[in-house]
Design a protein around this ligand. Structure first.
Ligand code: ADP
Ligand code: MG
Length: 345
């Protein structure tokens, strides 16, 4: 008798549980959107679920705070203070991101170097006064350029040899990491942020399908080369078509600088898309692999299975790592070659 009662109690408890889990499945997945202009770019944030609007307000605040720390034009930012005084006590986000950038500089043998700023400025990319500097000016400025001139000690960042920092290559990736972290902490299970073409997703779409992110044709941005299907990942592109000017010599010059030459990196690649779990990592490596150029980037990818990539070279040849071949759909007219990983090569 006792047994029977406890069994029916157990059945009842199970039914209640099932009712509740049934309610869970039907939870509010209303779409909430917000457009933000910050870090010199248009940003689109999209989250699903109740509290969405409140979460988006906090996200905007987070973006503005990070912009206030990283901006090179805002005199009060951490980066401006470091550049002006040669040393400064910074917020945790700033010292963390600088420390991470230095790790990626080591990993990429200096292809990523956040001290290219004086050279970048000379070319006019931060001032809008675009021009081709003469070789001796570039040579002189390159003396200040080396990530080895930066030391981070807890929250204090110190520069040697009059170096100057600019976080343009990693700031948006770091920001999308922080936004996705905020969304997850707020219980959001489905969200997408697009920070000027840098995309990062939380979970899948609310209908359970994967997010689809297109890789633009660098020579014709009305065309999509391929579409990647992602879940909980970042997709970040560095291209020579995003920010460039045409010099008096009729050639184009773009905003990604080869730290070895002090000139726009021109080593075979015109678009590098990296996908992986961390926005910061994808942003750092998209810039770095663009600088490395075709051969070095392919070698790097064959050795680093933690990320996947789509590379497009000068001749519009497309290369893709084997890890994402299955989730990538190519548009007609675009042939591609698969980059094999070292263990299976
Ligand atoms: P975007 O900002 O267009 O998405 P990237 O992530 O590739 O593209 O970042 C380019 C920015 O990084 C430049 O505008 C400049 O501020 C900075 N930069 C340029 N060359 C380098 C380099 N070799 N290493 C680190 N930062 C760089
Ligand atoms: Mg980058």
């Amino acid at each position: 008798m006792v047994n029977k009662v406890s069994r029916s109690a157990a059945v009842f408890a199970l039914m209640v549980l099932m009712m509740f889990s049934g309610c869970e499945e039907k939870k509010d997945m209303t779409e909430h959107k917000k457009d933000v202009f910050a870090m010199d770019t248009y940003m689109m944030l999209k989250v699903y679920g109740e509290n969405g609007d409140k979460v988006l307000m906090r996200a905007e605040k987070e973006i503005k705070e990070l912009e206030g720390l990283f901006s090179v034009t805002d005199e009060k930012s951490d980066i401006s203070r470091i550049n002006k005084d040669g040393t400064a006590q910074t917020a945790e986000d700033t010292s963390n991101l600088i420390r991470k950038s230095l790790e990626y500089s080591e990993l990429t043998e200096g292809a990523l170097d956040i001290t290219v700023y004086p050279v970048l400025r000379e070319w006019g990319f931060t001032t809008g006064q675009y021009h081709i500097p003469d070789d001796s000016t570039v040579k002189e400025l390159l003396k200040k350029v080396s990530y080895k001139n930066i030391t981070v000690n807890d929250g204090t960042v110190t520069l040697a040899k009059n170096a100057e920092i600019d976080l343009g290559s990693v700031a948006k990736g770091y920001t999308s990491d922080r936004l996705c972290e905020l969304f997850r902490n707020e219980g959001i299970t489905s969200a997408l942020v697009n920070l000027g073409g840098n995309v990062q997703a939380v979970g899948k779409k609310p209908d359970g399908s994967m997010w689809r992110v297109g890789v633009e044709d660098p020579k014709d941005n009305s065309n999509i080369v391929c579409t990647l299907e992602i879940e909980d990942k970042a997709v970040i592109t560095s291209g020579n078509y995003e920010r460039f000017f045409t010099g008096d010599d009729g050639r184009n010059y773009w905003h990604i600088i080869d730290p070895k030459t002090g000139r726009p990196a021109d080593n075979g690649l015109i678009s590098v898309t990296i996908t992986g779990d961390s926005g910061t990592q994808c942003d750092a490596l998209s810039t770095a692999l663009f600088v490395m150029g075709t051969e070095k980037a392919m070698k790097f990818l064959s050795e680093h299975t933690e990320i996947d990539a789509v590379l497009i070279d000068n001749d519009m040849k497309v290369y893709i790592t084997e890890g994402i071949e299955r989730v990538t759909e190519f548009s007609e007219d675009y042939e591609h070659t698969v980059i094999k990983r070292q263990e299976t090569a």
